[in-house]
Design a protein around this ligand. Structure first.
Ligand code: ZN
Length: 340
């Protein structure tokens, strides 16, 4: 089968031919139809410090996918050949206290497909049946291929009650934009999204009914005054990993405000803890998706009018993967989907 492999410890990914994976009794084999390119895949392509530390050379990459079940292990129940599906890319252990309590997304033994284990940038993917998420007919393969990052957005956005709240999102990448759409969908009052990249801000305003603010040229305080956000935002979602973004968010939050943090700062960053203490701010770190509550809520919202399709800005056949990665690396795209 065709697959995209981190063949060498240098910049790039390479198309290779590998045998179709053999499945165990509790696995399914999925014929992959569409995949999304993630920021994580860009780190792996660039072979930065994190990637070099984490990803074994020779690994099949990719973790955002939709496809169809073509083979099932002997012990798999409740699924069928031909079932369209996406799936949770975090492979969890079953022994930790968290797992045994049903908090699968908090299992410390989690391993990720396309990062630690063979991934989805391939014609065929082996996945534990447990991880499969069947897709209803109303969700096509293209949307199925971005449920992983939409799940990050949904997990972050649903961390705190948003009904009637004023929400600030720092970072208008695809996940920030989708989180904004989710915040609107569930009934936030004002949703303001900030970035310094005009193309991303334009995309944010196109995908969701939000106020897009370029903090390089506009004053957030003036925007708040215009929207009559008097005391500050109630909820923040930090999606940029940018220290200045978090700093500005803490500044713009109300007393007792809450922050869900998905963006990853590049290293140890200086934080003004006294402001966090005196403002009585709660910060929650968000990792992955709640397994499988986020998937349930996400599919329910998609079936009830949540529309994130326009966040997909580019589509390529997999033979053009290098162009797809180039577009992603330019920073001027939304989601890029590869067709297998
Ligand atoms: Zn991803």
């Amino acid at each position: 089968m065709k697959c995209l492999v981190k063949s060498r410890a240098e910049v790039g990914l390479w198309m290779e031919t590998r045998p179709i994976p053999e499945i165990g009794p509790e696995d399914v084999l999925i014929r992959v139809k569409k995949t999304g390119i993630c920021g994580t895949d860009i780190h792996i392509w660039n072979w930065d410090d994190w990637a070099a530390r984490t990803v074994p050379v020779g690994l099949i990459t990719g973790h955002e996918f939709a496809g169809e079940i073509v083979e099932m292990g002997a012990q798999v129940e409740g699924l069928a050949i031909g079932q369209r599906c996406s799936g949770e890319g975090h492979l969890i252990g079953k022994h930790s206290r968290q797992s045994r309590a049903g908090k699968f997304h908090l299992d410390p033994a989690t391993r990720g497909i396309g990062v630690n284990e063979p991934g989805a940038f391939a014609e065929y993917l082996r996945l534990p049946a447990f991880n499969v998420v069947p897709l209803p007919d109303s969700i096509d393969d293209e949307i199925g291929a971005i449920l992983d990052p939409l799940g990050n957005a949904v997990h972050t956005a649903l961390s705190f009650d948003l009904v009637g709240e004023d929400v600030l999102i720092t970072g208008a990448g695809p996940i920030g934009i989708m989180a904004a759409a989710v915040a609107r969908h569930v009934g936030a009052r004002h949703v303001v999204i900030t970035d310094v990249n005009p193309a991303r801000l334009a995309l944010a305003a196109e995908v969701a009914d939000v106020t897009a603010v370029n903090v390089a040229t506009e004053d957030l305080r003036e925007v708040m005054a215009r929207l009559k956000i008097v005391q500050g935002f109630d909820v923040g979602m930090e999606m940029s990993g940018n220290q200045a973004g978090l700093d500005q968010m803490i500044d713009a939050l109300v007393m007792g405000g809450r922050i869900a943090m998905l963006g990853i700062p590049p290293g140890k960053s200086p934080v003004d803890w006294s402001r966090i203490v005196f403002k009585a701010i709660t910060i929650k770190g968000v990792y992955g998706r709640e397994i499988f509550e986020t998937w349930y809520k996400m599919i329910a919202m998609l079936e009830n009018g949540l529309d994130v399709r326009r966040v997909i800005t580019h589509r390529f056949r997999v033979d053009d993967f290098a162009t797809g990665f180039e577009v992603m690396r330019s920073g001027a795209s939304g989601k890029v989907v590869l067709e297998w």
